[in-house]
Design a protein around this ligand. Sequence first.
Ligand code: PHE
Length: 544
Amino acid sequence: MSATAGRATAQPDQEGRRGGFSSRRVFILAAIGSAVGLGNIWRFPYVAYENGGGAFVVPYLVALLTAGIPFLLLDYAIGHRNRGSAPLSFARLRRGAEGLGWWQVGICFVIAIYYAAVIAWALRYTFFSLDEAWGADPEGFFFGEFLQAGDVEVTADVVPGVLVPLALVWLAVLAIMVLGVQRGIGATSVIFIPVLVLAFAALVVQALFLPGAADGLDALFTPDWSALTSAPVWAAAFGQIFFSLSIGFGIMITYASYVGRREDMVGSGLVVGFSNSGFELLAGIGVFAALGFMAQAGGVAVGEVASGGIGLAFIAFPTIISEAPAGALIGVLFFASLVIAGITSLVSVIEVVISAVRDKLDTSRRAATVAVVVPAALLSLALFSTTSGIYVLDVVDHFVNQYGILVVALVSMLVVAWALRALTGLGEHLNVHGRPRVGTGWRVLTSVVAPVGLALVLVFALRDDLRAPYEDYPSWLLLVFGWLLAAVLPLVGFLLARLPWRAGTHLDGPPPGSDPAAPLDVTATADPTPRDRPGSGHDEGGLR
Ligand code: PHE
């Protein structure tokens, strides 16, 4: 930690100020909060199991070290140096690149509206766990009584059992976001990340004592070395790393813009990257120990009960909770962990949108929060608290992940590295206070290895989607909420970039005073940045 870290003081978000995290520690917790999400708990275990089990460690670690962490550092450098939301940071790299930032903002907006719905389900299931409300048929209960899912069509039939928790999730998000970067996002992470780790660790311990747990771990960890020669396995590893670290779609640019100028961003990136992977490993152990129990109780092989995503959380886990000793406790720990992990990720995507609106329109935090959260909540409620919510959610999730996040990440990485040739400057920025130093190796990884990894993931995703319609959904659904949605986002992004910035917004390069090597004058809280009037889009009073 840099020498000034301890002296940085929390600055309340004031009208017209961008705000910032009070210390590197808070930033790291918020970044871990964003990274550790549903992807860690319900995606990683199954991806690892399906792609070589114990042998998956190899491609996974290679992807983490050669693409994940280098790309994370690139995001950090863009935001930390340019001190702006994604559109402002890209605009400061090169005016014409602003649209990339808005494209990322659009993706974040879409993710937020459906991610909230999954959190709402988990919230409801935390309480269902207490009396095993799903009875003897968790699957029938989930789709039938709970979601009331009908035919695959878009309806306006509201399901109150989803509407109420979803409204509560959005109210919580509104409250957190109005409080601002430090008192809202920062404080939420400082409180809830330790709670999440403790709750999840308790769950893992409990799962490990269930009969059959060892079989589950065997199934997860037994290496299938032949997987190492399979390209789809490598693509799965890169895909998991990119999704899991929340990189390439604006989140880390935004959060890094709120970090004091003299902080070590490289060390922070290593802490965040390894913590996130540590949590994935923990989740893998907990989930497969529980699945091992489920398999033994049902007298079947682990492979027959292994699953990921919605099926794991809302069908397999309820079954486990019903059968296991002290199942209610397992249920509460599991679903509460999903809710916490989800909320800290949800606020990070919403912040991408709010900070962009604030930077561009020069509005107060409160106005921008209301302008973003209210429409997002209404759309979310309209689309996902109806009897057709699950289908739309599944399709949007699949396509926005594959052709939203991955494509924007690939394009922005290539633009920054090859069109703007910005890597050298960004690397120098990281090195002023960062350790270990980044150099040619990092530039090669971010300009060549990471894009190749991403392209690989995309090719395999495209191949699968063109071969057969995703999950056999009707083509109109895939077209509207899948392909069209993914294609419209970059267009909207580049249109938004045409809107003018408020007069006086500094756009040519990093804002004055953002050089972290500038002498530290007067006191630790003085801001050397010439500050024009509040809300100019400059780094005003965040932290240093
Ligand atoms: N890293 C997150 C996860 O694992 C990905 C994500 C972040 C998704 C923010 C949505 C919003 O779930």
